[in-house]
Design a protein around this ligand. Structure first.
Ligand code: NDP
Length: 337
């Protein structure tokens, strides 16, 4: 059973030295347990938080512990009521490893005949659910309004933008590089997509949002938020979902303190910004979300982009790349057939 452990806590951007690949025995199955063969594992930005011991909404992975993740897995052996060998499941309490011993906690059954099981980690899983709930419940977009979302070609951003289009909004994405921007407009149907690596981000965003911004779905922070701020309309809503531009930061950004400016803007424009942690805020809505999103995916109304990496041993490098925008679509690692 190959496992990837947290070898040390990163300072700044994670490196290969923060991870350690070890080989251990396949665990024996006790009463009330089942053994999962992990097929697909999910790599997500939140894992940077688990590598750190800074205060957060979840406990960190201990140094020397197995890196946590969600997996799509097959039940190999079961001494747990309700599960049998051959069942396909999604486990939120899995790890960067070949096999997981499970007591059924945080495990959800998948359709054994699911065509693309890895989608349970993306569009039909935690990230898709995040984009959908943050947009609809906090963003509350109305037809004709302008919605802006960064990390636009990732699993959260693609759902935010496509659902906002289905709701009749003008959608402007922000993404890293020309290929991602082209994909957002040509394949996902966004009205515009701005490259945040280009020098003219502010001017391009102004041009793409002639009526200002009504909903800014915040995935990144940093200079994208700085460009968005002056364009926010009265009563704008900001679902505060993620701040990936800051995850590797070791200190506050340079320059003047802009907090007073932000607070003044929020007051004068009556802006509502709300942070949320998806399963904490909305866990009970997951079945309803699946009922809505599954037919949209099956009919092609919502398009899906995955970035598939082969082999557990390549997970650390892929994860490091995710924080630098090297992924193009939902990042999943294939561990076994
Ligand atoms: P993605 O697959 O979109 O990957 C992250 C992307 O962020 C990168 O590909 C890159 O895209 C972009 N990025 C990285 N650094 C920067 C930067 N400095 N400035 C601008 N963009 C940057 O990730 P997800 O869709 O899985 O997640 C998106 C966000 O949602 C993350 O912040 C994540 O933490 C958050 N999240 C929050 C949840 C919650 O419950 N609150 C649940 C799930 C996700 P590009 O090349 O286009 O810049």
């Amino acid at each position: 059973n190959r496992q990837i452990l947290l070898a040390s806590r990163p300072v700044g951007a994670p490196t290969a030295a923060n991870f350690n690949l070890v080989e251990t025995a396949i665990p024996a199955v006790g009463t009330g347990q089942m053994l999962l063969r992990n097929r697909w594992m999910s790599l997500d930005p939140y894992m940077r938080g688990r590598m750190s011991d800074a205060k957060s909404y979840a406990d960190p992975v201990p140094v020397g512990g197995v890196m946590t993740c969600a997996t799509v897995s097959e039940v190999l052996e079961s001494k747990l009521d309700g599960y049998a060998a051959g069942d396909l499941v999604m486990s939120f309490a899995s790890g960067w490893q070949d096999y997981t011993l499970s007591d059924g906690a945080m495990v959800f059954r998948l359709d054994n005949n699911m065509k693309e099981p890895s989608q349970a980690l993306g569009v039909l899983g935690m990230p898709g659910f995040t984009g959908y709930m943050g947009l609809t419940d906090i963003g509350q977009p109305k037809a004709g309004e302008t919605v802006v979302v960064a990390a636009a070609t990732g699993p959260v951003g693609t759902v935010v933008g496509q659902v906002a289009k289905l709701m009749g909004c003008r959608v402007v994405g922000v993404a890293g590089g020309a290929d991602k921007c082209r994909y957002a407009v040509e394949e996902l149907g966004f009205d515009a997509c701005i490259d945040h690596k280009a020098d003219d981000l502010n001017d391009k965003l102004i041009a793409a949002c002639p009526k200002g911004i009504d909903v800014y779905f915040e995935n990144v922070g940093g200079k994208v938020f700085d460009a968005v701020m002056p364009l926010l309309n009265p009563h704008a809503r900001i679902p505060l979902c993620g701040l990936i531009a800051q995850y590797n930061a070791t200190e506050l950004p340079a320059g003047p303190d802009r907090l007073p400016q932000l607070m003044r803007l929020m007051l004068s424009q009556r802006i509502r910004m709300q942070g949320f942690i998806i399963f904490d805020n909305y866990g009970h809505c997951f079945p309803d979300f699946l009922k809505t999103m599954t037919p949209w995916v099956e009919s092609g109304k919502v398009r899906v982009k995955e970035d598939r990496v082969e082999g557990l041993e390549n997970a650390p490098e892929a994860f490091i790349g995710l924080l630098e925008g090297k992924n193009f679509g939902k990042l999943v690692v294939k561990i076994a057939d």
